[in-house]
Design a protein around this ligand. Sequence first.
Ligand code: PLP
Length: 373
Amino acid sequence: MDKNMKPATVAAHAAGTGDPQSGGVVPSLQPSTTFTRDDDYKLHRTDNIYSRDDSDNVRQAEEVLRCLEGAEETRLFPSGMAAIAAVFRTLPNNGTAIVQSGIYWGTTAWTRDFCARREIALIEVDADDLVAACKAKSADLVFVETPSNPWLKTVDIQAVKAATKGTVVVDGTAATPILTRALDHGADIAMHSATKGINGHSDVLAGVLSTRQADATIWGTIKADRKMAGAVLGPFEAWLLIRAMRTLPLRVERMSQNAQTLAEALLVHPNVEDVFYPGLPHHPGHVVAAQQMRGGYGCLMSVLVKGGRTEALAVVGKLKLFLRATSLGGVESLVEHRHTIEPHTGIPENLIRVSVGIEHIDDLIADWLYALD
Ligand code: PLP
């Protein structure tokens, strides 16, 4: 597709992917794990040998994401964590990684374990101190998550890039490539859990990495590792992802509008102590978010109700439309009491993490007003 096409067009046309054989406007699902050779033992198609290496549907989904991200190359993984692990596995033994603290707990827990096993110096730093830490200490890798889950802290990607010689990797799951193209802001690798907003229908686990520089050594290592160690996405998941991404810009637009309106309504409610949402002007990361995010501030927010654990759980228990389930970025709204999941990390007991879906905003607000009453 034309490089200058807008994301809505790229997504709606799945980056020009159809099925030339049937004339279908959507790609066909090709689940074969192995591909034939002719009588001279030549492959019918040199790019299809065995589906652990690559397959049509995975390549097609990667092309959509590559276009949306403005990347040189993109690779899909079977989960967001598999994509993160692929990045960290490139670190040399005894290397150094600076990792933002207070990010998705799964990332923190895994990187701690991995770095300890590989004798990698792990420096965990709050979003506000990342630039200073990068200036003070040379690192092989700097891992950023913006906006962060569940604190909604924002990080100035350009400032981090300017402060380090290490590879800057940005987990932009809560923003999706529609709201933030991390590579445009200087990141070396953009990462997303495609399980969240990118797929958006709570029925596919996937992760994605995209690079600004296809000839970078780290990217070569990531690609080789994925291929040889087999951290690949299945064709059916890739096909579902292509189907889902056709509406990604629309979904992100609606979720962001809903989240902004809900955040504003909840902030002034007498039973709410605070709302963490980068779209709110009082949010400490609002200025950075306004520079770095285009077209909205995403679906994710955290609501601190007045009181403690009992009050928060009472609110969560009364919600009818917001389903009590982990994850974010789906078309249906979800809530989670994060303290129940990670009680040891300093998450306030009165914090309710909210993923806002695409339902009608009046119904979403009514549900919260009832629950807060
Ligand atoms: N990054 C963020 C910000 C997340 O919220 C999550 C999952 O919640 C992940 C990464 C991991 O993604 P996955 O669940 O697809 O492995």
